[in-house]
Every structure is written in structure tokens, then in C-alpha cells.
Design a protein around this ligand. Structure first.
Ligand code: DAT
Ligand code: MG
Length: 152
């Protein structure tokens, strides 16, 4: 694939609040291509692996419990130029009340523990997270017909 990929996930609060379409719409209208999509009800093991780098943090236990006992999430892979870093810009910072208006968290969320969406923090974590949540055959190799009108 020509462009990088990132892992994003609509968290249980975002699914319950029916924000999945809004989130996908923002990424797609930017010009990023959805190449992986599934609803998953993650167990503790999967969430623990996903947030392994935070296991020393005081909120880790509550985070894992929330993410693994609140119903489904929507796991996604987006593809495009700069999608890892710019995807994070579109998401906003961790605390929604510190996120700028126009960002997903800034527009849609209030509390840090209900901040609606996850996005990989770097290209290396992105690769790890895609591999954790998706089988290789679940990520499509899409040649987007609009790419000549998005990229010069
Ligand atoms: P981000 O999701 O912006 O990458 P992170 O990786 O530092 O942030 O933390 C993962 C999630 O853990 C975050 O989306 C919400 C939760 N979290 C982070 N910091 C927290 C805190 N101080 N109190 C409660 N939950 C927190
Ligand atoms: Mg993070």
C-alpha cells in the first residue's frame, strides 16, 4: 500500500450514543479510506493488550474494566497520507475539555473516561494495533477511485 494506515476505535460510549456514522463521515470526507471495519465486544485480555503501555497508570484498571464490560466497540482501519498523526489531530487531545472545537472529542465528548474514540499514537503502535484487532484478510486492499483527486 502506498499510504500509511492507522487503527481507530469507536469506544462503547460512542457506539451507545450512535456516533459511529459521524466519526466515519469525518474521516471519509477528509479523504481517508476505510479499509477495515467491524463491531467487536472485546474481552479483558484484548483490552489489556491494547492498553498494555498504560498498565502502570492509576486509571488502567478502570479503563480496562470499562472497555471490556460496556458492550461493543467499532474497530476501524483508515488509510491515507499522514493518517496516523492527522487522525490524532482530528480526534483531539485525551481530555475532551482540552480538545479544540472541530475535533471529534472537542465536539462530541466531555469526560476523559468517555472520550468516544481511540486512535493510534504513532506508526509503530498503529501496526501493532491493526494486527491485534484485525486478521490480515480483514483489512482490504482498496484502490480508491478518488485518489487522483485527493493526491497531486
Ligand atoms: P489517548 O486515548 O488520547 O491516546 P492515552 O493513550 O494516554 O490517551 O490513554 C488511553 C485512554 O485512557 C484515554 O483515551 C482515556 C483513558 N485515560 C487517559 N488518561 C486518563 C486519566 N488521567 N484519567 C482517566 N482516564 C484516562
Ligand atoms: Mg493512546
Amino acid at each position: 500500500t502506498k499510504y500509511e494506515r492507522t487503527f481507530m476505535m469507536v469506544k462503547p460510549d460512542g457506539v451507545q450514543r450512535q456516533l459511529t456514522g459521524e466519526i466515519i463521515k469525518r474521516m471519509e470526507t477528509k479523504g481517508y479510506v476505510l479499509v477495515g471495519l467491524k463491531m467487536v465486544t472485546p474481552d479483558e485480555k484484548l483490552v489489556s493488550q491494547h492498553y498494555d503501555d498504560l498498565k502502570a497508570r492509576p486509571f488502567y484498571k478502570g479503563l480496562v474494566k470499562y472497555m471490556s464490560s460496556s458492550g461493543p466497540v467499532v474497530a476501524m482501519v483508515f488509510q491515507g497520507k499522514g493518517v496516523v498523526d492527522y487522525g490524532r489531530v482530528m480526534i483531539g487531545v485525551t481530555d475532551p475539555l482540552k480538545s479544540a472545537p472541530g475535533t471529534i472529542r472537542g465536539d462530541l465528548s466531555v469526560d476523559v473516561g468517555r472520550n468516544t474514540i481511540h486512535g493510534s499514537d504513532g506508526t509503530s503502535p498503529a501496526q501493532d494495533e491493526i494486527a491485534l484487532w484485525f486478521k490480515p484478510e480483514e483489512v482490504a486492499d482498496i484502490k480508491n477511485c478518488a485518489s487522483a483527486w485527493i493526491y497531486e
